[in-house]
Structures are given as structure tokens and as C-alpha cells.
Design a protein around this ligand. Structure first.
Ligand code: PLP
Length: 368
């Protein structure tokens, strides 16, 4: 049987039962959008992130757009981010009306490079949108210093880094706002689209809560133009149940990652740099690089191992983004990473046997 990138059907039956009970409770309540379940889950998630406020929204991309809009970042303003990310990161900046400026990544982590970001600073720069790619949180103190020095805001895209920690601080709590996605495949995922903006800033949270609901302050009063990006009760209720399993699931991901790091010894397969501390990586994805990436992917498929590529085309290679402003030195490390990266299965339902199969399959690759 194929070892899959995700296997929801193999989740514990108790979790399934708890989700069904939660769904039943919502259906019987007769209240479906922005109600008590959302409020409860917002409080729980904000507390887990170590911030005062959580604003439940429709998805992770909207959480970024709303964060930017709530911070008055829009037309004429530049936001520095990475080209090695989900398209949604950059699309959210464009949707907010701001100008993305793409900096390159560090080759050993595929995370935004400080040096490259420095070359992207201009008089119009208002924020850095830092993506905790694959679940990694790195050098946050340096980013905080960088943002302070240039008088710009730090916004965290935490879509892949649920509760990853840096020196005791949780992803989403280290800048002005954090944007979480609860898309089904994320470390904490709903059975549908969902997201949340988290922040220490009460007025930012209040504005975000307005923006997610047509810009409405009190019922039928619209002091500004917002969007429709509300969190559903049924998703909030099920997310609260799934959240109870998150620590255990993250722990399992970590164990699998450790086995890969030790077990994969193929000379043609490179690993990314290990996290600087244990909790600073929640292994949403376990990514290796290989010059013969496509051949490795075919080889793994023939050994019943599913893989994916995150991401085969950097954002600046996408048709509508070819002209996007970028580091004048180019985005070479991003392009190289896109050509060589491969994500191995790393989900909490994998058995030790599955992990062993993946390791053997990688190590038996005949590089040419
Ligand atoms: C890094 C990153 N940012 C943003 C998003 C957008 O989240 P969503 O799909 O919930 O809109 C995703 C998810 O695909 C992501 O991986």
C-alpha cells in the first residue's frame, strides 16, 4: 500500500467520534457562523499562541490580507517576503493592494534570508511577512532587531508552523500579527477551510474582527469596506477537538523527522539544517533536496512512497508575478531550491514500519 503524504482515514477513532459529537452539537444549536464555538476556539488558540487575541477567519490567506489591511498597509506600501512559499502568501499582499517585494532564501533552510531582505528595503517598506516554511522558526531575534532598526512591522505567516516555538515564544506572537491556516492538511486542520489572525494588539484585533465581516462595527453599521471571511461554528467546534491532539501529533512528526535525519544517508540526498532548538520545528513537511529530484521522486513512487514538491515554481516564476519587484541580486537560492526540493511523508499516522520503508526507499535510490 502506498505511504501517503496525509492519511486522515487512519486517524484515531476517538478523534473522529469527538469531531462528530462536536458537529452534532453545532447542528442542534441552530447557530452556524461566528457564535460561541468560534469565540471559545479563538480564546483557546490565542492562549496557546501566548497572545491576547484571536480572530477566526475563513482561511489562512485571508488572515494575512486582513492583518495587512488592519495595519493600514495597502496601495503604495511594500511588503518584503519570500518567493519560496505557498502562492497564497504573495496573493494576500496583492489582494491587500500592497506591493510584494521578493527576497531570496537561505539555501540551508529555504527560509527568508536577512541579507537579501536588507537589499529589498526601500523608503516604501512597511513590513516583513516572514513565512515559517515547513514548520521551521529560525533567528527570530535577528528579525525583530531588523524590523525595529528599519522601523517596519513584522508579520508572521504561521500556516505551516502550528505552535512552533522560538526561545519560549510561539509562532504568531513574535511580531505585530500572526496568520494561521487550518486547511485540512495543516498540522491543525479543519474538515474544510478555516484560519485565524492572532495578535497582542487589541485595536488590531478589533479592526480585524470588523474587516472579516463586511467592515461591520455593530449590526448593519459599516464604517469601512471589509470582506466576508468568517469562521464557521462547525469548523471551530471540530478544531477545538482536534487541538487536543496537536501536541501528540506534533511529537510524532518530530520523531519521524529524527528518524529521517539519522536514517537517510544517501550521498546525493541533502537534508535541511536541523532546528536550532527542538521546539523550533513542527515538521509540517519534511523536505530534502536532490540534484536528481524528479528521478528520486519516480524511484520513491515505484517503492510505494508518495511525495510532493513544495514548491516546484517559486512565486516569481508564476505567470502573473513575473514582473514582481525583487532582490536586485536575483533569487538564485529560491530557484535552486524549487528545482531540487522534495517533501517526504511525515504525518502522525505513519507507523514505524512506514518510516523504515521511506528511509530504505530513499537510500536505495540509484543516482546517475
Ligand atoms: C505558507 C502558507 N501561507 C498561506 C497559506 C494559505 O492558507 P489557506 O490555504 O488556508 O488560505 C498556506 C496554505 O496553503 C501556506 O502554506
Amino acid at each position: 500500500m502506498m505511504i501517503l503524504m496525509n492519511d486522515f482515514k487512519a486517524e484515531p477513532p476517538e478523534l473522529r467520534e469527538a469531531m462528530l459529537t462536536a458537529a452534532k452539537r453545532v447542528i442542534e444549536s441552530g447557530w452556524y457562523v461566528l457564535g460561541n464555538e468560534v469565540t471559545v476556539f479563538e480564546k483557546q488558540w490565542a492562549a496557546a499562541c501566548g497572545v491576547g487575541y484571536g480572530v477566526g477567519v475563513g482561511n489562512g490567506m485571508d488572515a494575512i490580507e486582513i492583518a495587512l489591511r488592519a495595519l493600514d498597509i495597502g496601495p503604495g506600501d511594500e511588503v518584503i517576503t519570500t518567493s519560496m512559499t505557498a502562492f497564497a502568501t504573495v496573493l494576500a499582499i496583492l489582494r491587500a493592494g500592497a506591493t510584494p517585494v521578493l527576497a531570496d532564501v537561505d539555501a540551508d533552510s529555504a527560509l527568508l534570508s536577512l541579507e537579501s531582505a536588507l537589499r529589498c528595503i526601500s523608503a516604501k517598506t512597511k513590513a516583513v511577512l516572514l513565512v515559517h516554511l515547513y514548520g521551521q522558526v529560525r533567528v527570530m531575534t535577528a528579525w525583530q532587531v531588523f524590523c525595529k532598526k528599519h522601523d517596519i512591522l513584522l508579520i508572521e505567516d504561521c500556516a505551516q508552523a502550528h505552535l512552533a516555538m522560538w526561545q519560549g515564544n510561539v509562532a504568531g506572537s513574535m511580531g505585530e500579527a500572526g496568520a494561521y491556516s487550518f486547511y485540512p492538511t495543516k498540522n491543525l486542520g479543519a474538515p474544510g477551510d478555516a484560519g485565524m489572525l492572532v495578535t497582542h494588539n487589541a485595536s488590531l484585533a478589533e479592526r480585524a474582527a470588523r474587516l472579516r465581516n463586511y467592515g461591520q462595527s455593530v449590526r448593519y453599521h459599516h464604517p469601512e469596506l471589509g470582506m466576508n471571511s468568517r469562521l464557521d461554528e462547525i469548523h471551530a467546534a471540530m478544531l477545538a477537538e482536534r487541538m487536543k491532539w496537536l501536541a501528540e501529533f506534533t511529537n510524532r512528526r518530530s520523531k519521524i523527522a529524527q528518524a529521517y535525519r539519522e536514517g537517510i544517508t544517501h550521498a546525493a540526498v541533502q537534508q535541511l539544517a536541523p532546528p536550532e532548538e527542538h521546539a523550533a520545528h513542527v515538521y509540517h513537511l519534511y523536505v530534502v533536496t536532490c540534484m536528481q529530484r524528479d528521478a528520486l521522486q519516480d524511484h520513491l513512487k515505484s517503492h510505494q512512497v508518495q511525495t510532493l514538491i513544495h514548491y516546484p515554481i517559486p512565486v516569481h516564476g508564476q505567470e502573473p508575478c513575473r514582473q514582481i519587484k525583487r532582490d536586485p541580486h536575483g533569487l538564485i537560492a529560491s530557484e535552486r531550491h524549487a528545482a531540487q526540493c522534495l517533501s517526504l511523508p511525515c504525518h502522525p499516522q505513519m507507523t514505524d514500519e512506514d518510516v523504515g520503508t521511506v528511509i530504505s526507499a530513499v537510500n536505495s535510490f540509484q543516482a546517475k
